[in-house]
Design a binder for this molecule. Structure first.
Ligand code: AMP
Ligand code: ZN
Length: 473
């Protein structure tokens, strides 16, 4: 039974879906004005592992991830004191392109990175610009119900009308009065109110007609409108990075719950930040790495994925190249083992011994059941690799097919793409011949056979007791 930490209740809870067998999950996606960095990748890896684990247990997961293609503020900007220039427009002007061209380019780049990182594509990636009518409808409902007000073509949410404001982040009105940083605007009734719709200045490129003004939506409304559109009033799971908790997710709850009268999301799951030298990795600070940077240094996307999984999603992770070296080494040993087990033909002696996979499956599941403890789940995989290698070295592996399948299942749940090769029988025969030569201490013949295998595109690595591992060059 999966227990997951819920930011809303501040405790680990047993996961129970609203509808048996089906799960609706929403993830706040990227603002598409630049390449995503590996901190963003970390935030998208958590829901991916969660989804994969739930699917493994037989749930049908409907996953929605929005594309923010109208460039509102983010927490980064507030932290940097930015007053809210539309980032997509800024980039468009700088590159002499249209905002659409910028958004599509970086959306494609984002999708490509997710693919390389083996992050399952969401069933749908709704774009904010295609859902302005739904946002307008929700804002109209909020005005009708008295939760929002219009002034000079701008519409704001009145947080004093929602007594539960602050229930996710702890930033209740009492606390806010003492001092959180706020978006300033002369038309606001209360300084902590937030924008639902803003009248566009003349030079603004992206603007839409609305009952209040020709303008553009506020920072938070797109997620409320699009999640309701594709998943209904109440979501099972909502995910994001920890910087999304306030004000973004707090505002989503306020808008959605006031508009629908229903609870917005049962579980809130937040990935803590990826840090560089103790500071949050972020676009605005310029201290970030992209997947391209990682690949340039010779690491594979799967090594990055393994490095990310080596830290629990709820602990801050400090990015170091050393951690990537370690991850690449672990990945290589998993892949080598996979290669070996794919091609392992049990001998007579092997048939008397099996590796008990049930213990590993139990430990693996227990690790993920405990708030997606991926570092522990990875250690179970590495234990399986060590144990399995030892049994093969000793000629005591009677069930390679079962072990292979177990490893494949674990890898699928964690989203690790395994790279195994099926070695042609011809090469195996040569390797066996070489083993015999080595056993008979005929090292000249052994070297000749090694060269022959090498010429045919394979490398033979010697293990204990004249055993060997064949790899592709
Ligand atoms: P953004 O494009 O800045 O809105 O970020 C997209 C997602 O990545 C959001 O869920 C953020 O919370 C998350 N995120 C941003 N920076 C980091 C970081 N350094 N570590 C982890 N997640 C992050
Ligand atoms: Zn969102």
């Amino acid at each position: 039974m999966l227990k997951i930490y819920n930011t809303l209740t501040k405790q680990k809870e047993e996961f129970k879906p609203i509808n048996p067998g089906k799960i609706g999950m929403y993830t706040c996606g990227p603002t598409v004005y630049d390449f995503i960095h590996i901190g963003n990748i970390r935030a998208y890896t958590t829901p991916d592992v969660l989804r994969r684990y739930l699917e493994y247990q037989g749930f049908e997961v409907r996953h929605i991830k929005n594309i923010t293609d109208v460039g509102h503020l983010t927490q980064d900007d507030i932290d940097q004191g930015d007053t809210g220039e539309d980032k997509i427009e800024r980039k468009a002007l700088a590159e002499k392109k249209t905002p659409e061209e910028i958004a599509r380019f970086y959306e494609d780049a984002f999708r490509e990175v997710e693919k390389e990182m083996n992050i399952l594509p969401a069933q749908y990636f709704p774009r904010a610009t295609a859902h302005v009518p739904q946002m307008i409808q929700m804002i109209e409902r909020l005005i009708e119900k008295g939760y929002a007000y219009e002034k000079n073509g701008n519409v704001f949410f009145d947080v004093t009308k929602f007594p539960e404001y602050g229930k996710l982040s702890g930033n209740t009105l009492e606390k806010l009065k003492v001092g959180a940083r706020l978006e300033e605007h002369p038309d606001k009734r209360n300084p902590w109110d937030f924008a639902l719709w803003l009248k566009a200045p003349k030079e603004h490129l992206m603007k839409w007609d609305s009952p209040w003004s020709v303008g553009y939506p506020g920072w938070h409304i797109e997620c409320s409108a699009m999640s309701t559109e594709y998943l209904g009033d109440t979501l099972d799971i909502h995910t994001g990075g920890e910087d999304n908790i306030f004000p973004h997710h707090e505002a989503e709850i306020a808008q959605s719950e006031c508009a629908t009268g229903q609870k917005f999301s049962n579980y809130w799951i937040h990935t803590r930040h990826l840090l560089v030298d103790g500071e949050k990795m972020s676009k605005s600070k310029g201290n970030f790495y992209t997947l391209a940077d990682i690949k340039k240094k010779g690491f594979s996307p799967m090594a990055l994925r393994l490095a990310i999984l080596s830290a629990h999603y709820r602990s801050q992770m400090n990015f170091t190249w050393n951690a990537l070296y370690q991850a690449q080494a672990n990945l290589d040993s998993i892949n080598n083992f996979y290669n070996r087990i794919i091609n392992y033909a049990p001998s007579e002696s092997d048939k008397f011994s099996n590796l008990t996979v049930a213990d590993f499956v139990k430990n693996f599941r227990e690790a993920l059941d405990d708030d997606l403890n991926t570092p522990l789940a990875l250690s179970v995989i590495l234990e399986l690799v060590n144990h399995g290698n030892k049994l093969m070295d000793e000629g005591l592996m009677g069930n390679p097919a079962e072990v292979k399948k177990t490893l494949e299942t674990f890898a699928k749940i964690l989203g690790l793409r395994l790279e195994g090769i099926v070695v042609p029988q011809e090469i195996i025969d040569l390797a066996e011949e070489r083993k015999e030569a080595r056993t008979g201490k005929d090292f000249q013949k052994s070297d000749e056979l090694r060269n022959k295998i090498d010429e045919m595109g394979y490398i033979i690595e010697d293990l204990k007791d004249n055993n060997y591992l064949i790899k592709k060059k």
